[in-house]
Design a protein around this ligand. Structure first.
Ligand SMILES: NC(=O)C1=CN([C@@H]2O[C@H](COP(=O)(O)OP(=O)(O)OC[C@H]3O[C@@H](n4cnc5c(N)ncnc54)[C@H](O)[C@@H]3O)[C@@H](O)[C@H]2O)C=CC1
Ligand SMILES: O=C(O)[C@@H]1CCC=N1
Length: 267
C-alpha cells in the first residue's frame, strides 16, 4: 500500500469516482485521502466513505503529497490561486481538467512544480478507466508513482500532450457515446419484445462480449463482424440499414464535434 497522501479538490462526478476507485483498489488507506469541495452534501458523502474532509482547498493541498484537481475548467484558475502557496517541487499536481494545458496550469500555479495532465473516464469508479497521462519536464521522479496510481484504476496510456483533446473526446466523452449505443439498442430490443430490464442486460452483456473480442484477440472489429454476417443473412441487412441511416458517420462527426469544442470554448 502506498504511503503518499492524496488530496482531491472537487469531489463531483469525477473526483468522487476517483475516491471510490482508489478505495476499491486498496492502493491507499481512506485516512490518507483528503477531499475538499464547496458543496456540503458532497463532503457528507465522502465522510461516509471514511476519507478526510478538509475545511478548504488549501488545507487539503497542505496535508497531501499529491493534489488532484477535479473542478470544472472555469474554476481551475481560482483553485490554483488558492492552493499555490501549498505546492512545491516535492508535491505532485495532477489535473484532470479538460482543455487546460500543462503550461497554463504551471502559469496559474506560478512556480516550477511537477505537473501531470491526466484524462480518465467515469469507469474509474469501477477500476475500468482508460486514462491518458502526459507530464511536464519536472516529473521524472514521480512518473512511476503516477502511472502505478492510475493503473490501479484501469488501463493507462502515456501520450504527448498535443493528443489530450483527442483523448478527452475518444475516452472521456466516449463512455457517454458507448452508453448511448446501449440505450438505443435497448429501445430496439423493447420494440421487438423484451422487457426494459432484460433488454438492458442482454445489450450490456453483448457489448461486453464485443469489447472482449477486440481486447483479447487484438483483431480489427471488422474481422469479428465478418464472422457474424452470414451471406444474405440478417446481420448484414441490419448493418447496412444502420449505415444507410448514417451510423458510422454520425459517430465520427460526434467525436469530431466534441474534439473541436474542447480546446476552443470550455471556459
Ligand atoms: N465527468 C467526466 O466524465 C469527466 C470530467 N473531466 C473533467 O473533470 C473535471 C470535473 O468534472 P465533473 O466531475 O464532471 O464535474 P462536477 O461538477 O461533477 O464536479 C466538480 C466539483 O467541484 C466542486 N467545486 C467547484 N468549485 C470548487 C472550488 N472552488 N473548490 C472546491 N471544489 C469546487 C463542485 O462542487 C463539484 O462537486 C472537469 O474539469 C472535467 O473537464 C475529465 C474527464 C471525464
Ligand atoms: O463533457 C465534458 O466537458 C467533460 C470532459 C470530458 C467528459 N466530460
Amino acid at each position: 500500500m502506498e504511503n503518499k497522501k492524496i488530496a482531491i479538490i472537487g469531489a463531483g462526478n469525477m473526483g468522487g469516482a476517483i475516491v471510490v476507485g482508489l478505495l476499491k483498489s486498496g492502493f491507499i488507506k481512506a485516512t490518507n485521502i483528503f477531499v475538499s469541495d464547496r458543496r456540503e452534501h458532497v463532503l457528507e458523502e465522502m465522510k461516509a466513505r471514511g476519507v478526510n474532509v478538509a475545511q478548504n482547498n488549501s488545507e487539503a493541498a497542505r496535508k497531501a503529497d499529491v493534489v488532484i484537481t477535479a473542478v470544472k475548467p472555469y474554476h481551475i484558475e481560482n483553485v490554483l490561486s488558492e492552493i499555490k502557496s501549498e505546492l512545491n517541487e516535492d508535491k505532485i499536481l495532477i489535473s484532470i481538467v479538460a482543455g487546460v494545458g500543462i503550461d497554463e496550469l504551471g502559469a496559474m500555479a506560478g512556480k516550477e512544480i511537477p505537473i501531470f495532465r491526466v484524462m480518465p473516464n467515469t469507469a474509474i469508479a469501477l477500476q475500468e478507466s482508460l486514462t491518458c497521462v502526459s507530464a511536464n519536464g519536472n516529473t521524472h521522479a514521480h512518473k512511476e508513482y503516477v502511472m502505478n496510481l492510475f493503473n490501479q484504476l484501469g488501463e493507462t496510456v502515456e501520450i504527448q500532450e498535443e493528443l489530450m483533446a483527442a483523448a478527452t473526446a475518444l475516452s472521456s466523452c466516449g463512455i457517454a457515446f458507448a452508453l448511448r449505443y446501449i440505450r438505443a439498442a435497448m429501445q430496439g430490443g423493447i420494440e421487438i419484445g423484451f422487457s426494459a430490464e432484460l433488454a438492458q442486460f442482454i445489450t450490456a452483456q453483448t457489448v461486453k462480449g464485443a469489447t472482449e473480442l477486440v481486447l483479447q484477440t487484438g483483431h480489427h472489429p471488422e474481422r469479428e463482424i465478418d464472422k457474424v454476417t452470414t451471406p444474405r443473412g440478417v446481420t448484414i441487412t441490419g448493418l447496412n440499414e444502420m449505415e444507410h441511416k448514417g451510423f458510422s458517420s454520425s459517430l465520427i462527426q460526434g467525436i469530431l464535434a466534441s474534439y473541436n469544442k474542447i480546446e476552443k470554448d470550455l471556459r
